[in-house]
Write a protein that binds this ligand. Structure first.
Ligand code: NAI
Ligand code: PYR
Length: 316
């Protein structure tokens, strides 16, 4: 049977994700939903009219959902659900300032996903990301491997872009990695970063790497400050769409994602940014990589900070 993906939230992140997913042409159907009357249907109409130009057959369906789950039957049979519903940051706000508002939204969405798409893999993007991922798992009661969050793909892409720009080399020649949280305890990993296959540490001085590490941690805030309203969506949607594609194709691709960690790195009981194999069941396996002592210490600190916050969302 053909694959079906749902994107919940038809704002900037959701609409660009739906576009990317449709243009991949690997799904039969992309459903996009929102609580705003008419907007999902309008986006679907517009995206479907681009099919003849872009050359894809995926059908986009737009549905407005109600406060009591009205309209959610449209997501039935989804293989993947991407949750983008929720407020974005304003300049000066931290992702954590969105916690209480977005927790209510994500809980309501996740409960409906559990009811109408009980076999889906859920990819959470709403912020604060690590907490909303944990909340979505609690609210759906899905197996922990079937709920994951998007952060590391985006943060690594930002780090890669900054390195490529600083060295004036093709983006494709740079590989970087970020682990930890999608917040202050993000852990960019220079020891696993390379330029043309050679260690990043041989390509630029330590002080410059540290500058780019800080820039990566502030990557989202830098865009928010420039946009004035809303937050980034081109790179974020590329990241979430790639994850959804990996699930649909059962590719087993290793990606940095927010996944349930149960013993890897000596860390347990927390959704945290780690590398994982992604496939039809969501996270097939968390992939542990060798880290320097300081990177490992930062990851452990991130786990402690995130675990404490994730404990709070159970009652939200
Ligand atoms: N994880 C990550 O790396 C990133 C996360 N984000 C987060 O993604 C979220 C969405 O960002 P944008 O699309 O830019 O915001 P946006 O404001 O453009 O769109 C959010 C949409 O969610 C909808 N919504 C609200 N409650 C809903 C509900 N109960 N059901 C369905 N839809 C609902 C709103 O009507 C709105 O259309 C934000 O929380 C933002 O912080 C954004 C960028 C990166
Ligand atoms: C909004 C957000 O989380 C980001 O751009 O990183």
């Amino acid at each position: 049977m053909g694959k079906k993906v749902t994107v919940v939230g038809a704002g900037f992140y959701g609409s660009t994700t739906a576009q990317r997913l449709a243009e991949y042409d690997v799904f039969d159907t992309v459903v996009i939903t929102d609580i705003v009357e008419g907007k999902p249907a309008g986006l679907a109409l517009d995206l479907n009219q681009s099919r003849a130009i872009e050359g894809f057959e995926t059908k986009v369906v737009g549905v407005t959902t109600g406060p009591n789950g009205e309209g959610y039957e449209a997501i039935e049979g989804s293989d993947v659900v991407v949750i983008t519903a929720g407020l974005p940051r304003k300049p000066g706000m931290s992702r954590m300032d969105l916690l209480e508002t977005n927790a209510k939204i994500v809980r309501q969405v996740a409960e409906n996903v559990a009811k109408y798409a009980p076999n889906a893999v859920v990819i959470v993007v709403s912020n604060p990301l690590d907490e909303m991922t944990a909340l979505a798992q609690l609210a759906t009661q899905f197996p922990k491997n079937r709920v994951l969050g998007q952060a590391g793909m985006l943060d690594s892409a930002r780090f890669t872009n900054f390195v490529a720009e600083a060295l004036n080399v093709p983006v494709a020649s740079v590989k970087t990695l970020t682990l930890g949280s999608h917040g202050d305890t993000m852990v960019p990993v220079p020891s696993k970063s390379t330029v043309n296959g050679k260690p990043l540490r041989e390509a630029m001085p330590a002080e410059q790497i540290e500058e780019l590490v800080v820039k990566t941690r502030n990557g989202g805030a830098e865009v928010v400050a420039l946009l004035k309203t809303g937050s980034a969506y081109y790179a974020p949607s590329a990241a979430a769409a790639r994850m959804a594609k990996a699930v649909a194709e059962d590719s087993g691709e290793v990606m940095p994602v927010c996944a349930w960690v149960d013993g890897e790195y000596g860390i347990s009981g927390v959704y945290l940014g780690v590398e994982a194999e992604i496939g039809a069941e969501g996270v097939k396996r968390v992939v542990e990589t060798d880290l320097d002592a300081d990177e490992r210490a930062s990851l452990l600190a991130a786990a402690d900070a995130v675990r404490a916050k994730q404990g709070d969302v159970a009652n939200m």
